[in-house]
Design a protein around this ligand. Sequence first.
Ligand code: PMP
Length: 454
Amino acid sequence: KTTRSGLDWRRAQDFLAAERQTFEQRNPRSAALAALAQQHLLFGVPLHWMTDWGTPFALHVDSASGAEVNDADGHTLTDFCLGDTGAMFGHSPAPVAAALAAQATRGYTTMLATADAGMVGRALSERFGLPLWQFAMSATDANRYTVRWIRAATGRRKILVFNGCYHGTIEDVFVDLVHGQPVQRDSLLGQVHDLTEHTVVIEFNDLAALEAALSKGDIACVLAEPVMTNIGMVLPEPGYWEAAQTLIKQHGAMLVADETHTISTGPGGYSQAFGLKPDALVLGKPVGGGVGCAVYGMSAELAELAVKAKQDAPPGHSGIGTTLTGNMLAMAAMRAALTEVITPAAYAHMLPLAERLANGIRGLIAKHGLPWCVTQVGARTEFQFAPTPPRNGAEAEGILDGELEHLIHLGLLNRGVMITPFHNMMLVCPQTSEADVDRLLAALDEVLTQIVNR
Ligand code: PMP
């Protein structure tokens, strides 16, 4: 008998084979739609990542609303993936739907501001405590532009990131720490630049490494999620950010807080909840209720330097921005999302529910005697295949198990529950109910019962 992560791996393989069959039988309409897409779309899907779900063929969706996704075969799935955060405040939130409907016949894009622009800026300033804002089409781009502004503003060329981080497809971050050495991620396609030249990578929660890297005086900024959420989850140790921020300031670098996922903590993200004072803050995904857009904010000091850098630069392309950035439709969506959807009342519902979910999973881990743990940042909960939470990216990476994740996810999907295809992340939204959480727990219990050691 082979044991893996506390499971009977033979039983797990049998379970996977049966679940693949169930999926095929359950989803004939998706199968037909996937067959058509296969003929005309590269990899058979709009974005090749969509094959990462690990289903026998691409599950197709008919519609999504609140905490539910209706698939093409008429099943209603309880959604804890929520578009991997894009729909963290529910699918088609009513105020955003109304704002989009109102804008729908009034133009989408003019390269000019509407009345929403200043209102969105004010809402962001009040919420995050940073005075000046700009927009982007994705969190990826918001990170890319923020890094560019800071390099231009400080005249420093390097950035520092944490091993195992993810900030979208901004090129600079794909440098891993392998046996203490920076190594460009070998899975990148078509990347011909040497990313290690301008990216320094260290482990999270390692203040000595941070100090050593910063002391060379050439780091423009530290780009970080306040909690690492893309390699499983890694929480900062108590006092880490306080000390790290002091070091960053002391060495003339800046801190960029990428709150795209950690907005799960509360209305002002992790930074407001835990007293971080970043020089810049990035938020994408849910900021427009799931409509494609993103924002980034700057401190007064950074903004002043950024404006000066632009004024001092020769006339011509800045290399920052895209044509549809700040378009009328996105601005309408953001105004509605920021003023009516991403509210304290929403968090008042989500946070206790996530607590219920986290505790429920702890209960299942105990019941089945698994060497697993649960980590949580507000409305975002993760179960991880180790008895204690990882302290850095290397530890977190060491306990990932893609095969095991996929078979659990497929088992849940066949039982009407969806979680994110990457690691084991679960989000609750304002429409998620206690009954939804209990449905997830019951489905996970059923899956685990079939694959644990007997
Ligand atoms: N920042 C973080 C922390 C993310 O997790 C992601 C995506 N998972 C991004 C940025 C990029 O978002 P997008 O793919 O929407 O550009």
